[in-house]
Design a protein around this ligand. Sequence first.
Ligand SMILES: [Zn+2]
Length: 288
Amino acid sequence: MRLTCLGTGSPESHAERASSGYLLEVAGQRLLLDCGGGVVSRLIEAGFRPADVDHVLFSHLHSDHMMDYARLVHAHWDEGGQTEERVLQVTGPAPIATITQRLFGDQGAFAFDLTARCELQGSKDVWVARGGQLPRPWPKPQVQEVQPGIKLEGPGWRLTSCSVPHAQPHLTCMALRLESDDGKSLVYSGDAALCPELEALAEGADLLLHWCYRHDEEDAPAFIRRMSPTPSEIGAMAKRIGVRHLALTHFRSAVDEADGLLQRMRSAGQAAFGGPVTMASDLLAIDI
Ligand SMILES: [Zn+2]
């Protein structure tokens, strides 16, 4: 298993951090966990093409976790990732099917573009020259809407999940646990408050990739304190449940702008965890 961090930022614009997205290579498959703004560019910078992605898994549908979804689906299709034998798999909470339909359906936002690409003679010529066949089908990602608690099996991997408190009741929010057949495990918190369900899901994980929106030195309103654990709170939780390696991510611009803050956050997490703590950055790869 290899995790490549493609987007380790927040919704804020940030030159060094795209919004949330992580590529997991497992058993020859390429799974993309979330697809926030800037993630597709990072995917390309990491040496992959959108067409290389087999499966997109969403933790939740906040914009910073799905803003590049349209770009990914379109490029996956336009660059030949979709064939008669292979379509892009998409798994996430509702309303991902509605969103997909509103982007790529007959009346979707891209219907005008897709009509032009599939019907204009010049576009058809380009498609055939690239090895495509006519008539050209539209993008048809295979979308599966799931509830937290879903268990799923792919070729060489298994997914389990749980609900995590974050943006309910407006959005369904999940943490994801991916396990490979050779016994390695990654747990991705998505955006999550501390909760018993996540502790159960992440128990003994080889790598816990946990969002970290808040640091220990800042004061915050009660709601944000409850919903956004600090490095020391996350580290203490990771220690309680026997995680082997903790990676923190989803950083705001202010974290990078304040002198030495990122390092102090890492130290706080490490002091509470007692094990290795990695501060994620875009294009950082971690072997699991
Ligand atoms: Zn969120």
